[in-house]
Design a protein around this ligand. Structure first.
Ligand code: GLN
Length: 316
């Protein structure tokens, strides 16, 4: 993990952030050095109350200059060209309007995979890597890592979860479903870039509806935010990320109910369902699955902030 970042609960699970202050634009001039611009950005981002100002400054500067961390650090006294200064200023202005860094750079790393992201999909979150780990552990416990498993990812977004699983499970094939055609286009693009397209298909559809039966592993990071909490989400999330990927209905649990009710139909007899859950939802989600005859395969796996984040269930 980067030293500029610390694990913390998912954004909406913390206190409501301080109101956005209007901090205006950052003055970036051609002829300013890399070090000076980097520090100006970090200070402006900190004043604006961003969570990880130094990290954001560095990543946006790298993107504007087309260089990596090492190159940036190696030459702090290099002066920006006019075009570079313009790009940096534009990126900084977007970030100060609370656009997520992942959308500005168009990319986010997830489980070691470089993924394309657009505002049609959630920016993959580190806590969702916990879901991938939990799903892989369930497969390993069945001794099935090398088997030709059939996977399904409901609400696949950028394809992050499915593609990470396919990379780790060399014989598996999978389908990713999403209600958004724009998201499906992003997921297909990611599968092609990662050379996983031969084992991944993507379809526009409503959650479990397009699926027939026989899936060995059904995974989902469904929308799980309670509708009334959406206005309290950080501006990055509530103003820039797709609302339909966040809104889990009045109690946040609508999609777990749908999945639990349909699981017997779509999951193979010895298959698993692995879901990401929000803070405080583990008991409610466990109970929803239990009511349909599904039991936890083990304790919910905690994310880096210690919050139970991934629940894997199987038939009782
Ligand atoms: N964890 C997301 C957030 O921080 C919510 C994702 C979801 O609803 N699945 O807002």
């Amino acid at each position: 993990m980067d030293a500029e970042e610390t694990p913390r609960p998912a954004s909406h699970e913390r206190e409501t952030p301080p109101a956005v202050r209007n901090v205006g634009a950052v003055a970036v001039h051609a002829d300013h050095t890399v070090a000076r611009v980097r520090s100006a950005l970090a200070h402006a981002f900190a004043r604006a109350g961003l969570d990880t100002p130094a990290l954001d400054a560095r990543v946006l500067l790298q993107h504007a200059l087309g260089c990596d961390h090492a190159a940036l650090a190696a030459d702090p006294d290099r002066r920006l060209t006019a075009a570079e200064a313009e790009r940096v200023a534009a990126f900084a202005a977007r970030r100060l309007r609370r656009e997520p860094v992942a959308y500005i750079v168009g990319e986010k790393e997830f489980f070691g995979l470089p993924l394309r992201v657009t505002d049609a999909t959630l920016a993959p979150r580190p806590e969702t890597e916990t879901l991938v780990e939990a799903a892989l552990a369930a497969v390993a416990a069945r001794g099935a890592r090398e088997r030709p498993l059939r996977l399904a990812d409901l609400g696949t977004g950028s394809g992050a979860i499915l593609l990470a699983l396919l990379r780790a499970l060399p014989q598996a094939r999978g389908i990713g479903i999403d209600i958004s055609a724009a998201a499906i286009a992003v997921a297909r693009d990611n599968a092609a870039r990662l050379a996983l397209a031969a084992r991944a298909v993507f379809a526009v559809g409503d959650f479990t509806a397009p699926l027939a039966g026989g899936y060995d592993l059904v995974v989902s990071n469904p929308p799980y935010v309670e509708t009334r909490r959406i206005p309290a989400l950080p501006p990055e999330v509530r103003e820039h990320e797709p609302r339909h990927a966040l809104d889990g209905g009045p109690d946040g649990l609508a999609f777990y109910r749908r999945l639990a009710a349909d699981a017997a139909r779509i999951v193979a007899p010895d298959g698993h369902v692995a879901v990401e859950i929000g803070a405080g939802q583990v008991e409610a989600v466990t109970a929803i699955f239990a009511a349909w005859g599904w039991e936890p395969a083990g304790p919910a796996k905690a994310d880096l902030a210690g919050i139970p984040r991934a629940l894997v269930v199987r038939r009782r």
